[in-house]
Design a protein around this ligand. Structure first.
Ligand SMILES: *[C@@H]1O[C@H](CO)[C@@H](O)[C@H](O)[C@H]1NC(C)=O
Ligand SMILES: *[C@@H]1O[C@H](CO)[C@@H](O)[C@H](O)[C@H]1NC(C)=O
Ligand SMILES: *[C@@H]1O[C@H](CO)[C@@H](O)[C@H](O)[C@H]1NC(C)=O
Length: 368
């Protein structure tokens, strides 16, 4: 492709750029760290041998490049929109080779489509970055930043960073409810399973705290029984499927209580419960009020409710992406994501507990 001499020159130039730009850590920048599943994966799975991927059209049709990026949306996902609203630099997928030098200081996205709270969730996707591995990568990230700016500054970047973690949905749809007699269903009743994953999530969040995170948004799941995929297979009458709905209720209320206790345990309001269930229910219960023609039918898919199969070039694609709450059988459109992020920023304690993102930012600004 190029001569060795040319490559060496390029390398020398790259090293020089890194050396000059990294010498001055920016005072005001806040890093953003993202963990979790397909709701926030911004491309890590593109680098893996997995079936959980969003790298073919029409994914990304409304992204600035109009190309698929690995995001499970027509455009931006909630991690992108939080960053956009707070004026944060956009974070790269941790596996992206461009994540180097100065860019590391903006944070990183470790999320991987298909993962859950449990290690056995998403096994059918073959090679995905499960949570213990996402945390190993976060440690590796900190070592790399350490080499650039030293231990003190690295600690400041991490503790001053905003963290988003999105987990839980796959533990139901891609584990407990995956097949009628799943191993987890044989092991646990629905309430016992919900309690179990909440207790495992507690350990995950404590680990995140041990790794230095100090401002962590933790989202509950949306209404799992109302997504087009569940309507297609479990709902002959078009009503939200009962069992997944009950799972979502149990998980979300357990999570909210667990987070309250966890904040007491760590002695500060480190963890913020994001009531994604309520945020979704708002537009599912009253689509017209939010400008949605449909919250039952996916924009891109096949079969009843467009809820079957994959979103790919052979799918039926809706004429107006903004009129739909769901982009594919499981994931919201950018327009729905925008509503969710507005509630994260400005919502009352019913949506954001103990406080919304605007309040957090204002408090942290005044103490700095
Ligand atoms: C998941 O795997 C990690 C290490 O790979 C382990 O530490 C953890 O205990 C496992 N979680 C469960 C619930 O088995
Ligand atoms: C698409 O839907 C949005 C939201 O309902 C609406 O505001 C817009 O006018 C629609 N666009 C077209 C071309 O119909
Ligand atoms: C949420 O944010 C808004 C600012 O957008 C603020 O006025 C409001 O009081 C906050 N609500 C709570 C409960 O923190």
């Amino acid at each position: 492709m190029s001569s060795p001499a040319f490559s060496l020159t390029m390398l020398a130039a790259a090293v020089a750029v890194v050396a000059t730009t990294v010498a001055v850590p920016r005072a005001e920048a806040r890093a953003f760290f993202v963990f979790g599943d397909s709701l926030v994966d911004n491309g890590n799975n593109n680098y893996l041998v997995t079936t959980a991927r969003a790298d073919s059209p029409p994914y990304g049709i409304d992204y600035p490049t109009h190309r698929p990026t690995g995001r499970f949306s027509n455009g931006l996902n909630i991690a992108d929109l939080i960053g956009e609203n707070l004026g944060l630099e956009s974070t790269l997928p941790y596996l992206c080779p461009e994540l180097q030098g100065q860019r590391l200081l903006d944070g990183a996205n470790f999320a991987s489509a298909g993962v859950g709270i449990l290690n056995d969730t998403g096994f059918q996707f073959i090679n995905i970055i499960k949570i213990p591995r996402q945390f190993e990568m976060f440690q590796q990230y900190q070592e790399r930043v350490n080499e650039l700016i030293g231990a003190e500054e690295t600690k400041r970047v991490v503790s001053g960073g905003l963290v988003l973690i999105v987990l839980g949905g796959n533990d139901f749809v891609n584990n407990y409810f995956l097949v009628p007699f799943s191993a987890r269903r044989l092991q646990f009743s629905l309430p016992a399973f919900s309690q179990y994953i909440v207790s495992e999530y507690h350990k995950i969040l404590l680990t995140l705290h041990d790794l230095g995170a100090r401002t962590v948004l933790v989202t509950g799941t949306g209404p799992l029984g109302c997504v087009p995929a569940e309507l297609a297979v479990r709902s002959p009458n078009g009503l939200c499927a009962e069992e997944p709905q009950r799972g979502a209720q149990l998980f979300n209320s357990g999570l909210r209580t667990m987070i309250k206790g966890l904040n007491k345990e760590v002695g500060a309001d480190v963890f913020i419960y994001v009531n994604a269930l309520q945020m979704h229910n708002d537009f599912i219960n009253n689509p017209q009020a939010y400008g949605f023609a449909s919250t039952k039918v996916a924009c891109c898919g096949q079969g009843p409710y467009n809820g079957l199969g994959l979103c790919n070039p052979t799918s039926y694609l809706c004429p107006n992406r903004s009129a739909y709450a769901f982009w594919d059988p499981f994931h919201p459109t950018e327009r729905a994501n925008r509503y969710i992020v507005q509630q994260m920023l400005h919502g009352s304690r019913k949506y954001m507990h103990p406080m919304n993102l605007t309040t957090i930012m204002a408090m942290q600004h005044s103490t700095n």
